[in-house]
Design a protein around this ligand. Structure first.
Ligand code: SF4
Length: 327
């Protein structure tokens, strides 16, 4: 059974959640998170230079330390068409949030909004695309703009929208800098109760990392404001899904452990430690793959195991006198 995505008042209800009582702010949470994150780095301080950590750094450090280092040493890759589409949709979402209608040519609207905020890069990237790529992007961005226009309601007074809400947190006397920017923050805590909702806007589909990223934003917001957010999650423009989850103490503890683990790895490497290799299924997409024996061996072993398994399956199935089963 398919259900239609939320629209209008349903979206506002999912943000406000009148059915959920706001919890009291536990003022000990932010200092506890800070202490745990700082103590993860302790062993390897002081550093010669501050390290900057964002959500991608966390993700890469936890996946494979050598993978993180390979990325750091690489020239910045040109943005993909999907990234340009995401940047265009972010602009349109912002336009919608401040109450401006999206016109008949959403790409032009998005580029004009970027120009107006002195972001010349987006137009340059657009101009560099092949005409066929522009046509394809224009079609998908127009489709998403129509969905946004028909689903997202005007925000009511008192929503306190903050677009591209940025957080920059210094730990260990500025030797570690955590930073992040969430597309939309709404509401705010009162003196006693949590109240902020953080939403990241996605121009694509669900990814496994999205929930972890939500935890990252929850940590940043807690450290920045001293109060945990009420809800954190993602809005998927193509499907219209608004995946918001109230933030619990357990969520914050889990996210803190994850970020502390990443900080410990990054700081150890920054202090001169050897990056560890953790081969996995994503090795072929790693910039170090061509020179990484562990990664290549892992993929060879995996392919061999898959081949053996398929071989066993063939024998089991086809040596059977009754032939393959339809089960
Ligand atoms: S190829 Fe795999 S093991 Fe090697 S550095 Fe990259 S992610 Fe790590």
């Amino acid at each position: 059974m398919t259900t239609s995505p939320p629209a209008g008042a349903e979206i506002l209800d999912l943000i406000r959640r009148p059915d959920i009582e706001r919890s009291d702010i536990d003022h000990s949470i932010a200092p506890t998170i800070r202490r745990e994150l700082e103590s993860a780095a302790d062993e390897h301080l002081p550093l010669d230079h501050p390290v900057r950590i964002n959500k991608e750094t966390v993700r890469r450090a936890l996946r494979c330390e050598a993978h993180l280092v390979a990325h750091l040493g690489r020239d910045v890759e040109p943005p993909t068409a999907a990234m340009i589409r995401g940047a265009l949709v972010d602009r349109l979402f912002a336009q919608r949030m401040v109450g401006f209608p999206i016109g008949a040519d959403p790409v032009s609207d998005a580029l004009a909004a970027a120009d107006a905020s002195d972001d010349r890069r987006l137009r340059a990237l657009w101009d560099d695309l092949e005409p066929s790529e522009q046509e394809e992007l224009r079609s998908s961005v127009t489709d998403m703009a129509e969905k946004l226009s028909s689903r997202w309601p005007p925000l009511p007074p008192g929503a306190y929208p903050r677009l591209q809400n940025t957080a920059r947190i210094e730990l260990c006397d500025g030797q570690i800098i955590l930073s992040g920017r969430v597309d939309l923050a709404l509401g705010r805590p009162s003196a006693e109760k949590v109240g902020t909702t953080l939403i990241d806007v996605k121009a694509g589909t669900h990814r496994l990392d999205d929930r972890d990223d939500a935890g990252w934003y929850a940590i940043l917001e807690t450290l920045r404001s001293g109060a945990p957010p009420f809800q954190v999650g993602n809005y998927y423009v193509p499907s219209g899904e608004l995946d918001l989850k109230p933030v619990t103490v357990e969520d914050l503890q889990r996210a803190t452990r994850r970020v502390a683990d990443a900080i410990a790895r990054v700081v150890r490497i920054a202090a001169g430690g050897t990056p560890r290799r953790s081969p996995g299924p994503l090795c072929p997409w790693c910039p170090a793959y061509e020179a990484c024996e562990e990664g290549q061996q892992h993929i060879r072993d995996r392919d061999e195991a898959t081949g053996e398994w398929l071989g066993d399956l063939d024998e089991d199935e086809w040596d059977d006198e009754e032939g393959p089963s339809d089960d």
